[in-house]
Design a protein around this ligand. Structure first.
Ligand SMILES: [Zn+2]
Ligand SMILES: [Zn+2]
Length: 346
């Protein structure tokens, strides 16, 4: 088979690899039909994720067909259409029993990280019964592949941790794919204001078309003043950080209302200042989380019923074998106006 293989910082190649065999009785082999590239794949390419070794097949998001199952797999059979979760869960360890699948003792984020991933013609999925989700045969793969990672991430780490409620003011810092997934899923709770903040005018336009009530280009340097003016001087009830820089994390602290919540989603590579000198008396809550994908069944129902449409984030489509071109496009997201790029075998 062929796959997108990592060969050290800045180096990837679409190349021949042996098709992964079953290793454990709980494994399934999935023939990948749709995959996509994540911001964390770009972090890997920069060399920021030391667990990824030379020779690793990248990718942790996919829809595909079950090709082969181990003797212990009970839920799936050959030919089933499935969603691959970015988080592998044994469902039995202490963390899994607390629904913290991202910290699974035997899984967590391993695909395209510690084991070969999904930007390939075939992938081995450990603990298939609890790491794959059944899809209808006629499912819209481009919409559903967004549920491997970015929709559970935006929803769990942003919207649920931010405790978005009807009538709330919500500020989302970052209008990339994950910030936009938070924007779309926040609307399930009918907030009064959805304020999207970014420096990319195109992404702000997209946010507006997806339901943002206000957009702010933070390059102007007046973001906090504008948010305070929009919220009667109070600030936002829920502030969602979807970028992962010290400056954006500090901005969130300037936007939060008394009693409000700051929900961090961003992957931070550097320390950032927590302004306790202003926040200690403001009754705020700060949350951090690696996505557990515990809400994937709920999100599947919301997509299949038409309540949310993740396909709106798809901007580019490539054949899986053109993964190299897709990486080039996604790495230049601002210039290419790219949000999510689809890799497909059809
Ligand atoms: Zn991802
Ligand atoms: Zn586990």
């Amino acid at each position: 088979m062929r796959g997108m293989v990592y060969h050290g910082p800045g180096k990837t190649n679409w190349e021949e690899k042996p098709r992964p065999p079953l290793q454990e009785s709980t494994d399934a082999i999935v023939r990948i039909t749709t995959s996509t590239i994540c911001g964390s794949d770009l972090h890997i390419l920069k060399g920021d994720v030391p667990g990824v070794v030379d020779g690793r097949v990248l990718g942790h998001e996919a829809v595909g067909m079950v090709e082969e199952i181990g003797a212990g797999v009970q839920t799936f059979k050959k030919g089933d259409k499935v969603l691959v979760s970015c988080i592998t869960s044994c469902a039995k360890c202490d963390f899994c029993r607390k629904s913290m699948y991202s910290h699974c003792r035997h899984g967590g984020w391993i695909l395209g990280h510690l084991i070969d991933g999904t930007q390939a013609e075939y992938a081995r999925i450990p603990y298939a019964d609890t790491s794959l989700y059944s899809l209808p045969q006629d499912a819209d793969e481009e919409a559903l592949v967004m549920l491997s990672d970015i929709f559970p991430t935006g929803f769990e780490c942003g919207v649920l941790n931010g405790k978005v409620q009807p009538g709330d003011s919500v500020a989302i810092v970052g209008s990339g794919p994950v910030g936009l997934a938070a924007l779309l899923t926040a609307q399930l709770f009918s907030p009064a204001q959805l304020i999207l903040i970014d420096q990319d005018e195109n992404r702000l336009r997209v946010a507006k078309s997806l339901g943002a009530t206000h957009t702010i280009n933070s390059a102007g340097g007046k973001t906090a003043e504008i948010v305070l003016a929009l919220t009667g001087g109070q600030g936002a009830d829920a502030v969602i950080e979807a970028i992962g820089l010290p400056a954006t994390f500090e901005l969130c602290q300037a936007l939060v209302a008394p009693g409000g919540r700051i929900a961090n989603i961003g992957v931070h590579g550097k320390s950032a200042t927590l302004h306790l000198e202003t926040l200690w008396s403001r009754n705020i809550t700060l949350t951090t989380q690696l996505v557990d994908t515990a809400t994937t069944p709920l999100l599947l129902k919301a997509v299949l019923s038409g309540r949310i449409d993740p396909k709106k984030l798809v901007t580019h489509r490539f054949a899986l074998s053109d993964a190299g071109k897709a990486y080039d496009t996604f790495s230049n997201a601002a210039r290419e106006k790219a949000l999510k790029v689809i890799l497909s075998t059809r």
